[in-house]
Design a protein around this ligand. Structure first.
Ligand code: RTP
Ligand code: MG
Length: 141
């Protein structure tokens, strides 16, 4: 399987729960390398731009409100099949439906406050990585 990069965000609920390190350990134990990382508080414009694909969805305002409610930690993960591997580690969007042992099953409270974001495909990973880490030249590998 190819070495991929994916964008991951530890959302405000998980940062508030003080589980950044526990989530990073799960990435590392799964063989994913954290190759870029920063903590930030998203502006509304940044959150709206990031989730622009969901702009017409009924949950869009709640999603943006939540994403700007506190600091987040944004990272680029690299490894074999990183995109799917990260999605597997995260578990289902709704933590009630997430498999035991996944990040969302263990740390998330609701479909809104669901602990982590992860890119869902190669194309979205590229766009999302350059959205938050424009200096990382992910196109030239
Ligand atoms: P994410 O983008 O944050 O990694 O989550 P995801 O792929 O698992 O889910 P997605 O469909 O992309 O939705 C983005 C975020 O919007 C919230 N959501 N709420 N109330 C609802 O029906 C609903 N559906 C989605 C979730 O917080 C989800 O993470
Ligand atoms: Mg998504």
């Amino acid at each position: 399987m190819a070495i991929e990069r994916t964008l991951s965000i530890i959302k405000p609920d998980a940062v508030a729960k003080n589980v950044i390190g526990q989530i990073y350990t799960r990435f590392e134990n799964a063989g994913l390398k954290i190759i870029a990382s920063r903590m930030t508080q998203l502006s509304r414009a940044e959150a709206e731009g990031f989730y622009a694909v969901h702009r017409e969805r009924p949950f869009f305002k709640d999603l943006v409100d939540f994403m700007v409610s506190g600091p987040v930690v944004i990272q680029v993960l690299e490894g074999e099949g990183a995109i799917l591997k990260n999605r597997d580690l995260m578990g289902a969007t709704d933590p009630k439906k997430a498999e035991k042992g996944t990040i969302r099953a263990d740390f998330a409270d609701s479909i809104d406050a669901n602990a982590v974001h992860g890119s869902d495909a190669e194309e979205t990973a590229k766009v999302e990585i350059s959205y938050f880490f424009p200096a990382l030249n992910v196109y030239s590998r």
